[in-house]
Write a protein that binds this ligand. Structure first.
Ligand SMILES: CC(C)(COP(=O)(O)OP(=O)(O)OC[C@H]1O[C@@H](n2cnc3c(N)ncnc32)[C@H](O)[C@@H]1OP(=O)(O)O)[C@@H](O)C(=O)NCCC(=O)NCCS
Length: 183
């Protein structure tokens, strides 16, 4: 990339960020966030959405927030990720979410089969993703999950139980395969 096209790309990023801030005035986008095309952000009354500095929000990110979504600095979202926070989703600094990752902090209640599930409300539990976590493509994180710092989750996993720090996990349901680093 030559100097001119780099300057044009940087100007484009600044413009996209300004546009996102204007369009989603109730959300907070930190300095130098790279907000790409077709961000959908449904922020309901009382919902709080905050991204730290230098995050990358690739195309077609969808966010629904009734509660709290807090994203640290330098977090990367691949294209077509979904974040749905009724209560709380926290994502630590330097984490990377590959394409089509889905994180939700709630399920529909389904105790009574005689009534439509859509009328039975939701069951919520907060999700916490640590710092420097890498979630591979199409990982799904369910309600109430904590993933510790520096952990990696392989592609297509469904995370149904907490994962400790510094581990590699994969599968459906996600299981720890090994520790990462000296140990
Ligand atoms: C998990 C991953 C990082 C590989 O880590 P690794 O340390 O090289 O692991 P290995 O390839 O040695 O595999 C270790 C074991 O886990 C299994 N495994 C690896 N990835 C898996 C996955 N996604 N789901 C289920 N099992 C998986 C392997 O089959 C192997 O099992 P075995 O010991 O019974 O043979 C990689 O497989 C992966 O899923 N990468 C994500 C790619 C991606 O989404 N990229 C998006 C761009 S950001």
């Amino acid at each position: 990339m030559n100097l001119l096209s780099r300057a044009a790309a940087a100007a484009g990023r600044r413009w996209s960020l300004a546009f996102a801030r204007a369009r989603f005035a109730k959300a907070r986008f930190g300095r130098a966030c790279d907000v790409r095309r077709r961000l959908t952000l449904r922020q309901y009354p009382g919902g709080q959405v905050a991204f730290g500095e230098r995050c990358v929000l690739d195309n077609d990110l969808t966010i629904e927030c009734w509660g709290r979504l807090r994203v640290g600095d330098r977090v990367i979202f691949g294209h077509h990720c979904t974040l749905a926070a009724r209560e709380s989703i926290l994502i630590g600094d330097d984490s990377m979410l590959a394409e089509m990752v889905s994180i939700r902090d709630h399920d529909h209640a389904f105790d009574d089969p005689t009534r439509p599930y859509r009328e039975q409300g939701v069951v919520c539990a907060p999700v916490r993703i640590g710092r420097n976590v890498w979630l591979g493509a199409k990982v799904t994180v369910l309600k109430g999950i904590t993933i510790g710092d520096n952990s990696v989750v392989g592609a297509n996993a469904v995370v149904t139980r907490d994962l400790p720090a510094n581990c590699l996990a994969a599968g459906v349901p996600a299981r720890v395969l090994r520790a990462i680093g000296p140990g």
